[in-house]
Design a protein around this ligand. Structure first.
Ligand code: TPP
Ligand code: MG
Length: 372
């Protein structure tokens, strides 16, 4: 049968495509010039809270600087730089309760530490030391995941466990923009949606998956809309505005903890440095002109302006606090240095609760070698 070319198509795919994701409007409390754009939410913060947010971001920036310096001295293993992502990381983690279960990725050590971990353990993790993955069982967090997306499947399982235990808590999980292209991310989200489990998924869209820019990663207009297929509400938030990130994460936590199922948050942020301390060169995949607006939008500058206007913060206070943090990080590295070197026996024993015959043989072999 011949088509009548002049008639309108039964479906206007072009119009549908044009509108995909158009309902997402980036949430802000402070705009790029630190102007309050949501007075009601801004007024809900006490002076103490504002100073606490500033201190957390200054702490994270100092941790970044110190770990980059340790890395250049060959004193750490793998470390993922975090400068630029302080509002996204500190704003989100501050919205959760100690009893919430955290599933971080490798760029989320600062959240892991803030959620009750320690800098020393973070350094041991960076060195691949098994002690970096061993936490007090009452501390509710999983080790930072290197396998992109895998933490979403784990977090969905934990969220279902939380629901089955009848707790009013949530599991919260992080991945990057690149992570949303990985099957596991969707599978975890879909599972949590199907079981209406209390999962808060945070996509830190920092513009790049190593050298692959966000635009080449997916044709989706926003990453937030990827939740829609899993029947999950989602939001895009200014990831350089800590007040917006915190407020959105807090609302997401409350919604999920109340038994309404999962939520997804996309934070729009930027990675200033290289992908990792292994030293890839960002100038090979982006220009200084592209980077500049993000530096102008720096999360610390934005909150600092607000605090200085209120007389709550000064350069002196900041530099004293940076010194205090860096002194502590140096002590934390010393403590990590004092940890006895990991043996193969320890690593093998840590692999399976009940070792296989093969692993048993290897344990015996290394016990003989390493006891010498
Ligand atoms: C399953 C899997 N595939 C590939 C990699 C290699 N890899 C490590 S980091 C990375 C990029 C991830 O980018 P994104 O999710 O945006 O996170 P970001 O590093 O920007 O925080 C890739 C592809 C991996 N670790 N795991
Ligand atoms: Mg990324």
């Amino acid at each position: 049968m011949a088509n009548n070319d002049s008639s309108k198509p039964i479906v206007d795919f072009a119009a549908i495509k044009e509108n995909l994701g158009s309902e997402y409007k980036m949430v802000q409390v402070l705009d790029g010039s630190a102007k309050v754009v949501n007075q009601e939410v801004f007024d809900s913060f006490s002076d103490e809270q504002l100073v606490d947010f500033m201190k957390k971001m200054v702490w994270e920036r100092a941790l970044h600087e110190q770990t980059m310096s340790f890395s250049r001295q060959g004193r750490l293993g793998f470390y993922a730089p975090t400068a630029g992502e302080e509002a996204s990381e500190m704003g989100s983690v501050s919205a959760f309760e100690p009893q919430d279960f955290l599933f971080p990725a490798y760029r989320d050590l600062p959240q892991l530490i803030q959620h009750g971990g320690s800098v020393e353990k973070g350094f041991l993790w960076s060195r691949g030391h098994v002690k970096g993955n061993q936490y007090d069982p009452k501390y509710r967090a999983w080790m930072p995941q290197i396998i992109i997306g895998a933490q979403f499947v784990e977090a969905a399982g934990a969220a279902l466990g939380i629901k089955k235990n009848g707790e009013n808590n949530v599991a919260f999980v992080y991945t990057g923009d690149g992570g949303t292209s990985q099957g596991d991310t969707y599978e975890g989200l879909n599972f949590a949606g199907a079981f209406q489990a209390p999962l808060v998924a945070i996509i830190q869209n920092n513009g790049f998956a190593i050298s692959v820019p966000r635009k080449k990663q997916t044709a989706a207009t926003t990453l937030a809309q990827k939740a829609v297929a899993a029947g999950t509400p989602s939001v895009q938030v200014d990831g350089m505005d800590i007040l917006a990130v915190y407020s959105v994460a807090k609302a997401a936590r409350e919604y999920a903890a109340a038994g309404n199922g999962p939520v997804l948050i996309e934070t729009l942020t930027y990675r200033y440095g290289a992908h990792s301390s292994a030293g890839d060169d960002p100038s090979r995949y982006r220009t200084k002109e592209e980077e500049k607006p993000w530096h102008d939008n720096d999360p610390l500058i934005r909150l600092r302006k607000v605090l200085e206007d209120k007389g709550l913060w000064s350069d002196q206070q900041e530099s004293d606090y940076v010194d205090e943090c860096k002194t502590q990080f140096k002590a934390d590295l010393k403590a990590a240095d004092a940890e006895p070197k990991q043996t193969n026996v320890e690593m093998l024993k840590n692999t399976f609760e009940v070792p296989t015959p093969n692993i048993k043989a290897q344990i015996a072999e290394f016990e003989a070698k390493e006891s010498k």
